[in-house]
Design a protein around this ligand. Sequence first.
Ligand code: AMP
Length: 356
Amino acid sequence: MTPLSPGSTIGILGGGQLGRMLAVAAAQLGYRCHIYAPNADSVAAEVSAAFTCAKDDDIDALSRFADSCDVITFEFENVPVDPLHRIAACAPLHPPIAALDIAQNRVAEKNFARDHGGTTAPFAEVTDRAALDKAIAEIGAPAILKTIRMGYDGKGQSRIQPGDDLDTHWQAVAQKPCVAEGFVTFDHEFSVILVRGRDGEIRFWDTPHNVHEDGILAVSTAPAPRAILAQQDAARSLAARMAEAMGYVGVLTCEFFATAEGPVFNEMAPRVHNSGHWTIEGAVTSQFENHIRAICGLPLGDTGLAAKRVEMHNLIGAQADAWQALLADGANHLHLYGKGETRPGRKMGHVTKLHF
Ligand code: AMP
């Protein structure tokens, strides 16, 4: 298997902060990045060699982009899949399209996890208003209604309490096809972050303990508390089985709830993930570098912890305005994504601290 030589061009579909951090890691290894994104204000394009600003389904633009790349990856899982099949002959695409197909559909994703031995929250597909009544009668409340497609960071979700008027919830998700999920009583949330090379080798980072606020990740810490570590093996082996079944190459993240009955699979991200940002300084090799190594066919780097304990805090909205105060602590590693406009709920940056 010939590795891709430094100087080659890596195409990245999507232009946000994940693409930006991938491009920085790729540049360090001597690669050029070409960003493809629909918005002109791409924070990934700012640090990359080339930029195509075009719609996700513009086949001509996509084909020209693919012809200019030696390998293509993505930093955003909601890119339409059909156009990708049409450019597949131009350059290899990692992770595989199959991973996008599964991750874009919450029902397919949960069934895939169950098929590989995982436990999920009880769920029912809701395609119309009558199906919502039936689903809640079956699952009970509290429950969460989530759009099957295009939901992230708590968007496209509505939390149902016992006795609620279901019409309101059906309007809240814009009457889109949904999955109704039983509310999981969990002790903690955590994610398994793995990288799989082109030769099938799998490495895991330390498991981060994740705390969400308003459906958005707020803090990740590694190593995780003992209660999570007790569930790590089961969660890791599920994630590895899923990666193998997809013929996966690159970084894969699976999010779990740690419950009294063991790990409950929530969702997967076929890409580098916010709960792995701490690996930039907190691991010997970051998730971004190992993703680039994997898709380019290079040997994978050591995923071990670089400190006794690592914590990462997201800077959401106006929290990033505190950048001067954050820099006053010389041990803080500050990352700002260069986004022009601060909006509530928008991920503007993160800060990582290592404890020795
Ligand atoms: P998601 O978009 O599925 O990642 O959900 C965002 C966050 O909402 C999760 O990280 C949890 O904190 C919470 N959440 C989602 N689904 C459930 C569930 N079935 N039971 C309890 N909490 C949930």
